[in-house]
Design a protein around this ligand. Structure first.
Ligand code: URA
Ligand code: SF4
Length: 213
């Protein structure tokens, strides 16, 4: 199967998925979208009202801010790939439950495996938890780390900037670091696949921080 076929296959499975209770309240599932050749994968939390209506990620107010942020680093949506930890909207936008995240995780892992992004940007605490465990966003936001063989940056969720004005500029500043991290990731990729020392593959250990940052 080509990468494109694999992504379409995942989207088709998500559209009819009933692996968790979120299937009951959804209008449309939101598998995610973007470039097959994306160097950057953004992972949010889950669809909200507008996403559920349209079947597309980040198309509501948080999405408008994300568009502004992408524009600030000369990127378009079509240059990147955007998805979420859970692909169906939690009722009343409540937080996704651990069992829902677990049920949906395989789709995200398959998307990551097929896209092989150079950089993964986590938006908010649920996608952060996948790569950074229980670390605090206030401590690690905007910093690149190698984790699970990928270079990841944890960011505040764009919606947090809408609710809390003081965070808006923090998020803007964090975003400006992305091009530098991508450049560094490209340099590392040119040197060969990222190989993690066996000791750092232990999930209990803190992720490595890139020397650059
Ligand atoms: N918030 C998210 O986390 N994801 C979306 O797709 C929209 C809003
Ligand atoms: Fe399936 Fe994920 Fe939707 Fe749950 S949230 S029904 S696991 S696609």
């Amino acid at each position: 199967m080509s990468s494109e076929e694999t992504l379409l296959e995942i989207a088709a499975e998500v559209a009819v998925c009933s692996k968790c209770n979120l299937c009951k309240g959804r209008t449309k599932a939101v598998p995610g979208e973007g470039s097959l050749h994306a160097k950057i994968l953004f992972i949010g939390e889950g669809p909200g009202f507008h996403e559920d209506q349209q079947g597309r990620p980040f198309v509501g107010p948080a999405g408008q801010f994300l568009d502004e942020l992408l524009d600030s680093i000369q990127l378009k949506r079509s240059d990147v790939f955007i998805t979420n930890v859970v692909k169906c909207r939690p009722p009343n936008n409540r937080d996704p439950l651990p069992e829902e995240i677990r049920a949906c995780n395989d789709y995200l892992d398959r998307q990551i495996a097929v896209l092989k992004p150079q950089v993964i940007v986590t938006l908010g605490r649920y996608s952060m938890a996948k790569f950074f465990g229980s670390e605090k966003i206030s401590a690690i936001h905007g910093r690149a780390r190698k984790k699970d063989g990928y270079i990841c940056i944890a960011m505040y969720h764009p919606a947090a900037g809408l609710h809390q004005a003081s965070l808006k500029n923090v998020i803007r500043e964090d975003f400006k670091k992305i091009p530098l991290v991508v450049a560094e990731a490209q340099r590392l990729a040119a040197e060969g696949p990222i190989t993690m020392p066996a000791s750092s593959q232990n999930k209990d250990e803190p992720p490595q921080q890139l020397s650059l940052f």
